[in-house]
Design a protein around this ligand. Sequence first.
Ligand SMILES: [Zn+2]
Length: 187
Amino acid sequence: MLSPLLKKLLFVRQFSIDEGKINVLGTDHIMLSSDALLKLQEIDSTKLYDLVKDSTFKQISDFVDHAQVYQQLKEVITLDITSLSKKLGPSEGIVKTIEEIFNIYGLGKLAILRLDNEKKQASVKIIDSSIAKSYLNKNKSRSKTAVCTITAAVLAGMFSYLFKKQVDAVEGRCKAKGNEHCEFIIK
Ligand SMILES: [Zn+2]
């Protein structure tokens, strides 16, 4: 199965995996296992957080730029993402678009619990975090702290773009700590 967003991107030739290349919206991607990413984030989690936050911010900008350039994409990403940050609210369509974009990263399934555009804050949960699952498989015991640094960084990058303000995502509950889901406060 393929996410609805990837199906649409495939249709307008903005997503391909062929000849040793994974391309999304004109940018090459590399697919790595969650085990490998878990090890990478253990090397220097602060630096990795900053790097992933920046690159996610850029990728969301690319989504918007492409949607502006290509009429096809504009129809594909049915909502005009550029207007998202202006009218973020409890609108179901906006929440759905953010969730769809996040869900192509393979980090787990995003559910937005609360969104406040005036205060520029949100809280979200991740169901079945890939990083937390790798941690539990590798360590065979629970972590004392939350472990999903890469996930936090991706969320920080996405919401910084949407809120037009630099925000960070802090993980409270984490599946690796024994909680049912991972939860992040973004502000
Ligand atoms: Zn977690």
